[in-house]
Design a protein around this ligand. Structure first.
Ligand code: GLY
Length: 302
């Protein structure tokens, strides 16, 4: 008898504070939990009807980019000069294909541009004006930066002038999945840290730090303070731990322990292993998340 791999899915909506919109910028808990649940439901439907892991993570990420609750796409945090600069990446565990964009100001869904980079550019990472020029070449229309800025983020920016910003880049979004062919994929998207220096690039578009997928290891998406996450190459670290035989949950917990112990980092990860087990860990007070459990049901939590 041929056994068909069961699909698996995990999604995050950022590691950070609990309901504390004044300082964290993450927004209240309920919309975050509902938001990851909505994205998970759509991606889960696609996976269960035979869709690919790559299509599922891109669908989930684009839904979350369009949800103003999250720090990605519409609703992203502002740089210190008052604009939005978006970073995103994705990786296909079957081929090790990868695509990423950073410091993009004029695209509604940077995850779709990252996919175009992977599939059509011959490169892995494009940034700033070069990424925007490539977007126009492949038919992704210009999107005004003002339309990415929500009233909540503008008010937060106005209120925070002269105040030290919080360290954690919360509200980043990510998705990891396994499909019925046993292939893995991962995607991550963010506006980065609040009041970041223009041109700053965090972990989310860095393959191996924010995103990693290899069918032989695991699919991983990171969230949290990007600089420590880059230093420990968190996504690849967790994928390698799965490769040594740890469960997705154990690998996630060990990766976050190392992030804290070696780089004083704050953040979280979601993982799907090659056998289809979902896991997550975080060392912040909260991480909005959704995942498929062993019975094939979607669960959500903050
Ligand atoms: N993890 C998001 C960032 O630091 O940019």
């Amino acid at each position: 008898m041929i056994s068909i791999p069961a699909p698996a899915l995990a999604i995050h909506g950022g590691a950070g504070a609990l309901d504390d919109p004044g300082t964290s910028g993450l927004g209240p808990d309920a919309p975050r939990q509902e938001g990851v649940g909505r994205a998970a439901a759509a991606a889960w439907e696609l996976l269960r009807s035979g869709g690919s892991a790559l299509d599922a993570v891109v669908l989930a990420a684009s839904i979350l980019e369009d949800d103003p609750t999250f720090n990605a796409g519409t609703g992203a945090t502002l740089t210190r000069d008052g604009h939005v600069e978006l970073d995103a990446s994705l990786m296909d565990g079957a081929t090790l294909g990868a695509g990423a964009v950073a410091c993009v100001k004029d695209v509604r869904n940077p995850i779709l541009l990252a996919r175009a980079v992977m599939e059509r550019s011959g490169h892995v990472l494009l940034v700033a004006e070069g990424a925007s020029g490539f977007a126009r070449e492949v038919g992704i229309p210009a999107w005004p930066n003002d339309r990415l800025v929500t009233p909540h983020q503008r008010a937060r920016f106005d209120a925070a002038r002269g105040v030290k910003p919080p360290a954690v880049g919360g509200g980043t979004i990510g998705a990891v999945a396994r499909d019925r062919n046993g292939h893995l994929a991962a995607a991550t998207s963010t506006g980065g840290t609040f009041l970041k220096r223009p041109g700053r690039v965090g972990d989310s578009p860095i393959i191996g730090a924010g995103t990693y997928a290899d069918d032989r290891l695991a699919a991983v998406s990171s969230t949290g303070h990007g600089e420590p996450i880059i230093r420990v190459t968190l996504a690849r670290l967790v994928a390698d731990l799965v490769g040594t035989g740890r469960s997705a949950s154990d690998a996630a917990a060990e990766g976050i322990r190392i992030l804290g112990a070696r780089a004083a980092g704050q953040g979280g990860v979601i993982v799907v292993g090659p056998a289809g087990e979902a896991g997550f860990a975080f060392n912040t007070p909260a991480m909005a998340r959704a995942w498929s459990d062993a019975s094939g049901a979607i669960r959500t939590a903050v």
